[in-house]
Write a protein of this length. Structure first.
Length: 210
């Protein structure tokens, strides 16, 4: 394929810049503790300074991979697939999610919501970022809202974002990993005072699994 042909198939979502795939336990949020196959798609320009997967940002270093190959492979591992990144919504997720649904899989996304919603999802985890706010459609359709708490100002940001999600959306505060010792006590107090929120921890990091 020529460079142009590859690019046009990436633009259609038929090829995706695949960074890594792994079978593990969902560590965070509502489905924490559940076995799931993770598909990590490269490319993100949101620029969170504390991002724990900065190697994902440059899409150009991740090989354009056939969505059908990704789906066929994922189906061998698990009934539950988590598409993450990078920022998966930078790409058209319709082809990949259609292929995953055709294989009878539950399809979840981890997203900042900074790009238009594409794809068919059984579960949308929205983790909004101040630097690039989520699109309204993602906020309205999110099943869980997972706000990362790096400093005290993130509690006010969390409330702003909670005002934009549906009333059934489950609300989580998750400590930024590097400041967890400092922020966990503040989150605990906040959740006790504001019990509509729950705490989410990155349990995979405590378990030393991917
Ligand atoms: C790496 S991001 C990829 C998906 C998407 N770009 C997003 O931000 O939702 C996956 C999840 O990890 C969270 N995350 C990233 N770095 C983190 C850190 N240092 N501490 C806690 N959570 C982090 C993000 O907020 C998001 O919920
Ligand atoms: N075990 C595990 N659970 C996760 N939940 C969300 C993750 C992500 O990076 O999107 C993640 C991850 O990287 N590993
Ligand atoms: S939006 Fe997600 S992948 Fe992008 S920099 Fe932020 S945490 Fe990392
Ligand atoms: Mg992660």
């Amino acid at each position: 394929m020529t460079k142009e042909a590859i690019q046009s198939r990436v633009d259609l979502g038929e090829l995706l810049p695949l960074m890594e795939e792994f079978y593990t336990i969902q560590g965070e949020g509502y489905h924490k503790g559940t076995a799931a196959y993770f598909i990590r798609v490269g490319g993100c320009d949101v620029g969170c300074h504390w991002c724990d997967v900065k190697e994902s940002w440059d899409a150009a270093i991740h090989p354009p991979t056939e969505a059908v190959t990704i789906a066929d492979n994922a189906a061998k591992y698990s009934d539950t697939i988590v598409v993450t990144g990078g920022e998966p919504l930078m790409w058209d997720m319709k082809p990949l999610t259609t292929l995953l649904k055709e294989r009878g899989l539950q399809v979840h996304i981890e997203t900042s919501g900074a790009y238009d919603l594409s794809g068919d999802w059984d579960w949308i985890c929205l983790s909004p970022k101040k630097r690039m706010l989520p699109k309204d459609e993602v906020s309205q359709k999110a099943h869980e809202l997972k706000v990362i708490v790096y400093n005290k100002s993130d509690f006010a940001f969390a409330e702003e974002q909670a005002a934009k999600v549906s009333e059934n959306c489950i609300l989580y505060l998750q400590p930024e990993w590097s400041v967890r010792d400092k922020m966990v006590p503040l989150i605990v107090d906040y959740v006790m005072a504001n019990p509509k929120w729950k705490i989410s921890l990155q349990t995979h990091k405590y378990l030393n699994i991917p």
